[in-house]
Ligand binder design. Structure first.
Ligand code: NAP
Length: 249
């Protein structure tokens, strides 16, 4: 381990191979953070991002395959981080899936899978990270939830439930972990321009954005900038920060 890696903040970003997670990885690496990009299926893309970041910012990020819906794989991810850097300063729970279905058509598999990937994964990553964070009385945890966790989305009940659960976890854990100097916050995006929204036609996107006061989708950079702010802040905890162009006013 070299001196630089001891001083730089170490961040795990789950689901860092696409969309919002990819931008968070890029933005933090550009700003000198030591980043572990977690991916599940998109290995080729993860390697491309790693190379792009090295070429552009001379920062050698690490990539690690783990399905965060599985406890054993999460353990391997966090153990990799501790073995490499002997610490984890920041955990960003970004990995997620979405699905549009009538409530009456959601199967037991759909329900369980949604909760496992979007909610239980954070139970695993946070528990495993706390084994280190509590011992040093320092840490920052950021959960990427969704506007739908607060307002509810028609035809996305299981998704809304998972994200509402994540926000509940954020608030409860902020209280439990505050005395250990560990901050826990959610970022709840509105609609962000990523592959997750590729099922919407251009007409549907136009109809959605007309409902948003700022009249546009958010960008992945909007989320990444807020992530950096939360990491660098020292007094914000238990908050659900809506980045949604005013959609929920
Ligand atoms: P995306 O482009 O579909 O990317 C999803 C990422 O999650 C991918 O990197 C994927 O990795 C990873 N992932 C999925 N399942 C995983 C698993 N079991 N283990 C590890 N990684 C897994 O989605 P996005 O739009 O960037 O969304 C990121 C987060 O923001 C999600 O939690 C989503 O719910 C939330 N969000 C998005 C929006 C939006 O409008 N885009 C709005 C509100 C909230 P692989 O490809 O390697 O499998």
């Amino acid at each position: 381990m070299n001196q630089a890696s001891i001083e730089r903040k170490v961040v795990i970003v789950t689901g860092g191979s696409k969309g919002i997670g990819e931008e968070i990885v890029r933005f933090l690496a550009k700003n000198g953070y030591e980043v572990i990009l977690n991916y599940n299926s998109s290995e080729h893309r993860a390697k491309q991002i790693q190379k792009e970041i090295y070429d552009n910012y001379n920062n050698n990020i690490h990539i690690f395959k783990a399905d965060v819906s599985k406890r054993e794989e999460v353990k391997r991810l966090v153990n990799f981080c501790i073995a490499k850097f002997n610490k984890i300063d920041v955990l960003i729970n970004n990995a997620g899936i979405s699905e549009i279905k009538l409530f009456t058509q959601i199967t037991d598999f759909d329900w369980n899978n949604m909760l496992q990937v979007n909610l239980t994964s954070s139970f695993y990553t946070i528990q495993e990270s706390l084994k280190y964070m509590i011992s040093v009385k320092s840490g920052c945890i950021i959960n990427i939830s969704s506007i739908w966790g607060t307002t509810g989305a028609s035809c996305e009940v299981h998704y809304s439930v998972a994200k509402a659960g994540l926000d509940g976890m954020t608030k409860a854990l902020a209280k439990e972990l505050g005395p250990s100097n560990i901050r826990v916050n959610s970022i709840a995006p509105g609609i962000i321009n990523t592959g997750m929204n590729k099922q919407f036609s251009d007409e549907e996107i136009t109809r959605i954005t007309e409902e948003i006061p700022l009249q546009k989708m958010g960008s992945t950079l909007d989320i990444a900038r807020c992530i950096k702010w939360i990491i660098e802040d020292e007094y914000t905890t238990g908050q659900i920060i809506g980045i949604n162009g005013g959609w929920n006013i």
